[in-house]
Unconditional design. Structure first.
Length: 180
């Protein structure tokens, strides 16, 4: 059975995700969030001191949902070899599924569209890092732009073409690291 506190926090998290679909993080206000969540401002402040605390909880939820990845010293090589062995779209999808737990979090999280708004606004990363927006954007671009751009190109869909792109990307990165 869910407690009243858990229910209120869930409403606020769902409200924040809903707001992020139509508003930038920078434009969000506690008033807008409370309206979307169906709660009062005083109830909001009983549970969180600011919107960023909800983002922190949502990121924790997203990570927990995606389960920790299985990572070892040969992780990238294992991914690349498994995907390279696939000869058609069916075997590629099976190969991708077999190494799914080894993939970076941003690849595992894509299966649950609910959390995508957290990864589509650079301001959220800047706030999380406690940096200026420009520095946050730079970190965002450095860390995830490549995977983000590929996912955006394929409209966040794991199509056969997207899988083929993943295969080639992992092969390329693995070959580059082997030449070091």
């Amino acid at each position: 059975m869910i407690t009243r506190k858990e229910m209120t926090r869930m409403l606020l998290k769902e409200g924040l995700l809903s707001c992020l679909e139509n508003h930038s993080f920078e434009s969000l206000t506690v008033t807008l969030l409370c309206k979307a969540s169906g709660i009062t401002r005083s109830t909001f402040y009983l549970h969180y001191s600011n919107i960023m605390e909800i983002v922190d909880d949502l990121v924790d939820d997203a990570i927990a949902y995606s389960r920790p990845g299985m990572v070892d010293n040969n992780n990238l090589q294992t991914i690349a070899q498994t995907l390279s062995a696939a000869s058609n779209s069916v075997s590629l999808r099976e190969a991708y599924d077999s190494i799914f737990d080894r993939l970076p979090l941003c690849q595992r999280i894509i299966r649950h569209k609910k959390y995508l708004p957290l990864f589509l606004d650079e301001q959220i990363l800047a706030e999380a890092l406690g940096t200026s927006f420009d520095v946050g954007v730079s970190v965002f671009v450095f860390l995830v732009h490549g995977l983000y751009a590929v996912n955006k190109q394929y409209k966040w869909s794991q199509s056969d073409e997207w899988l083929e792109a993943q295969k080639v990307i992992f092969e390329l990165v693995c070959r580059g690291l082997q030449r070091k």
